[in-house]
Design a protein around this ligand. Structure first.
Ligand SMILES: [Zn+2]
Length: 478
């Protein structure tokens, strides 16, 4: 009896908290929907986590998400933009059209068990070091919650869940944007697993990826080197040029290269060499002149080594076009939901990761970060969500799925994504995004305000994806 009383008090206290915060009936309904699908969402996320398929090879991960969307009444268009693992799941009709992004690709070589010390699930295999198993599944949970609200006749319009492959490499959204995936969409919603919870109103870095190849003449390295023209000499001169150039570029610029082929053996003058080069800057406008200069340097190196050269574009990313109006709507819903709560075991798991990776053992950070000022120069990395944000008004969210200061793209993030810390963040993201979509479906004026900010920030810029001619590089080992 006592237990029932305690339970009753707890439930009524919880309900009165929600009531005090004025959570609308529709928002309560989407929260309930996510809770209803919780077991299945965890199961899908864990299966994608265990499969850990890399860019453009996410066959099973894509199918898991597309199938669950279909089972829940969505119409699914598979193989979008000539990418076998890209798909668009649609429910409803008419305006407004709100889309939500779902990524699901993994990173090579960082396989890890769901435990707080480094130990691969499968030596050398891929792992979800960016939490995209949570990303895709959490977004689908939000889309299904909205679909159920439409089905109940509470809101009208169209909801689209976009299965967007290859975020870690090649950037699948570029081909989807060129194919018109967001042409009829009013507002797009996205999130990313993180070490903090906040409406994300920061941009990202623009980047461009390209391959530089040098081709010379092979010869015996000792008996007739005068007959050789060395492709690896050109490679060394080229990277030396890049490293001198660093002195004369703005601090916001980043140049990385990966030597993919520097010759095979020591007794042959190498006739072939190859690098993957990446240039980044705060925005595309500032990046392009650096890109042009770094390309030109390949010709200089080729002249010095008396070899031929070739530069081929892989793909390039725009920076994220921030939407503060949209961010503010998302932020209000985070405040309604309140911070994620962790068990003693989860806190201990987080602290152990911090101990092993040499970080202060402060545990999880689930406090809702207040809406930030948008920085002039964003830190951090790049994302093909940037390109989406130049095609449609975009609202971004970050949710805690790993302890504070966790090294990203590492085994530690993989570990959290396969257990309850990751699950909690994923389900929280589903709820926050579904609540934000409820706001948009209920308030045409809000949609117009978010779109107006997008149009103002975009100005008269004509979007064109930075991709080479021809089909997407499916099956490429680049
Ligand atoms: Zn990511």
């Amino acid at each position: 009896m006592k237990h029932y009383l305690v339970l009753f008090l707890l439930v009524s206290f919880g309900m009165s908290c929600l009531a005090q915060k004025k959570v609308s009936a529709n928002k309560k309904a989407v929260i309930a929907s996510v809770n209803k699908h919780e077991a299945k969402l965890k199961e899908i996320s864990d299966a994608i986590w265990a499969n850990a398929e890399i860019a453009f090879q996410e066959t099973e991960s894509s199918e898991l998400l597309a199938n669950y969307a279909e089972a829940n009444g969505f119409t699914v268009e598979r193989g979008y933009a000539d990418i076998p693992t890209a798909f668009i799941a649609t429910y409803g009709s008419g305006d407004p059209v709100i889309s939500i992004l779902g990524e699901f690709d993994a990173l090579p070589g960082i396989s890890q068990k769901a435990q707080p010390t480094k130990d691969p699930l499968e030596e050398g295999a891929a792992g979800h070091g960016c939490g995209h198993n949570l990303f895709g599944t959490g977004s689908l949970g939000a889309a299904i919650a909205i679909k159920e609200l439409m089905e109940a006749g509470k809101i009208e319009g169209t909801v689209k869940f976009l299965g967007t492959p290859a975020e870690e490499k090649f950037f699948g959204k570029l081909w989807m944007a060129e194919a018109g995936a967001w042409d009829d969409v009013d507002v797009n919603i996205s999130w990313h697993p993180s070490a903090a919870t906040k409406a994300d109103v920061q941009s990202s870095l623009a980047l461009v990826d390209f391959i530089v190849e040098f081709e010379g003449q092979a010869a015996h390295a000792a008996s007739d080197p005068w007959n050789g023209r060395s492709a690896s000499d050109a490679l060394e001169l080229y990277t030396t040029g890049i490293n001198y150039y660093r002195e004369h570029i703005r601090p916001t610029v980043r140049i990385h290269y990966h030597i993919q082929d520097g010759g095979q053996v020591v007794n042959v003058v190498p006739d072939y060499s190859r690098l993957w080069v990446r240039v980044r800057n705060s925005d595309r406008e500032g990046m392009m002149p650096v890109y042009e200069q770094v390309k030109k340097m390949a010709e200089g190196a080729a002249i010095m080594a008396n070899v031929d050269y070739k530069v081929s574009l892989v793909s390039g990313l725009h920076e994220v076009l921030v939407n503060r109006k949209g961010g503010a709507i998302m932020q209000k819903n985070l405040e309604l939901l309140g911070p994620i709560e962790y068990s003693a075991e989860e806190t201990a798991f987080g602290k152990k990761i911090q101990e092993v990776t040499g970080k202060p053992q402060v545990g999880m950070d689930s406090a809702i970060t207040p809406l930030e000022e948008t920085k002039e120069h964003p830190g951090g990395g790049s994302t093909d969500v940037g390109d989406v944000s130049w095609n449609v008004a975009n609202i971004n969210l970050g949710v805690t799925t790993a302890p504070k200061d966790t090294p990203w793209h590492s085994w530690a993030v993989v570990a959290c994504g396969g257990m309850s810390i990751g699950h909690k963040g994923m389900l929280y993201a589903s709820k926050a995004m579904a609540m934000t979509m409820v706001d948009l479906f209920e308030n045409p004026k809000m949609v117009e305000e978010v779109k107006a900010e997008y149009k103002e920030r975009k100005g008269d810029y004509k979007y064109k994806a930075m991709i080479p001619e021809g089909p997407p590089p499916i099956g490429s080992n680049n």
